[in-house]
Ligand binder design. Structure first.
Ligand SMILES: C[S@@+](CC[C@H](N)C(=O)[O-])C[C@H]1O[C@@H](n2cnc3c(N)ncnc32)[C@H](O)[C@@H]1O
Length: 290
């Protein structure tokens, strides 16, 4: 009896959430939301039920996990790595330090596919990471089939777990490859959010302290960050049907140059803004030979 009593503590969750939020206020734009996510995750209480009761009994172990999470967060570890997942469109994706945390703007790639390639069924996702793009295609585009490559074995392990967890194993084939799959098959659309931060960028902390936790292989590229766009656009026609196309996510200020790289490889390209008004995507179609 006494043993059990010692394992729990009475906690006022509203106050607990406020204390966490105060501690995180210099670390994040949304300390209040992050404090709720941490509490909900480690105390195993649905976020909407957090404030249902003023005082509740909580296992000491769970409270300690919350304190550990705050400590990590104060050392800039991204929230998603601490809780182990990231919501992405309709999916809940497992993430760890072997994969890039899928960004909110990347979600827009799926809408771009639906808008500009509404009949596309076969897709190649180059540099799939957690599988975010490939698995969202599989989840949202009826009768689609996707090949997803990555050069990181560890990333592919997570992507495969995400496919299994979301019941999408039959619609995506993951392949360890340097950009393109070994077999030269044709696709309707190639999508890629490749590494695009200039490898010579010495002012990374300007971007965010948090990216130091993410795999370098997912972030950096040679040639002012344009290396992967050049490589992919140079070979893309061998992997595309005649009416096929490509969709890229690009870094800040890279859209114009990626459009030019596409045009010089016989594609017609244009850029699109993300929801924040930044030129974030480049769409290319094969030029018709007259
Ligand atoms: C910016 S991350 C994008 C991950 C995921 N597609 C997303 O949008 O969240 C780039 C990915 O490209 C992979 N990558 C880097 N070099 C590669 C290469 N040569 N061939 C295939 N994948 C590569 C990295 O391992 C990483 O998973």
């Amino acid at each position: 009896m006494i043993k059990e009593f010692k394992k729990k503590r009475t906690v006022n969750l509203k106050q607990f959430a406020k204390d966490i939020s105060d501690q995180l206020k210099n670390k994040t734009d949304n300390p209040s939301l992050e404090s709720k996510i941490i509490l909900s995750h480690f105390l195993e209480i649905d976020i909407k039920d957090l404030y249902l009761f003023d005082n509740i009994e909580i296992d000491i172990d769970k409270i300690n996990s919350v304190y550990e999470a705050i400590e990590l967060r104060l050392k800039d570890k991204p929230l998603e790595y601490i809780i182990g997942y990231k919501p992405f469109r309709f999916l809940k994706l497992k993430v760890n330090e072997d994969v890039l945390i899928p960004r909110n703007e990347t979600e827009e790639i799926i809408d771009i596919i639906k808008r500009f390639f509404p009949r596309a069924k076969t897709f190649l996702d180059i540099g799939t990471g957690s599988g975010a793009i490939a698995l969202s295609i599989a989840r949202e585009i009826e009768n689609s089939f996707c090949v997803a490559t990555d050069i990181s074995e560890r990333a592919l392990k997570i992507a495969k777990e995400n496919a299994k967890e979301n019941n999408l194993e039959n619609k995506v084939v993951f392949e360890l490859a340097d950009l393109f799959p070994l077999e030269k098959e044709k696709f309707d659309v190639i999508v890629s959010n490749p590494p695009y931060i200039d490898i010579n960028n010495t002012r990374l902390s300007v971007i965010s302290e948090e990216i130091y936790f993410e795999p370098k292989i997912a972030l950096f590229a040679e040639n002012k960050g344009l290396y992967f766009y050049e490589k992919i656009l140079f070979k893309a026609k061998d992997y595309l049907f005649l009416d096929g196309g490509l969709i890229f996510e690009v870094g800040f200020n890279q859209a114009k140059e990626v459009v030019e790289i596409g045009e010089s490889n016989n594609f017609s390209c244009f850029s699109l803004k993300d929801l924040n008004g930044i030129d974030r995507f480049v769409v290319c179609r094969r030029k018709m030979i007259k």
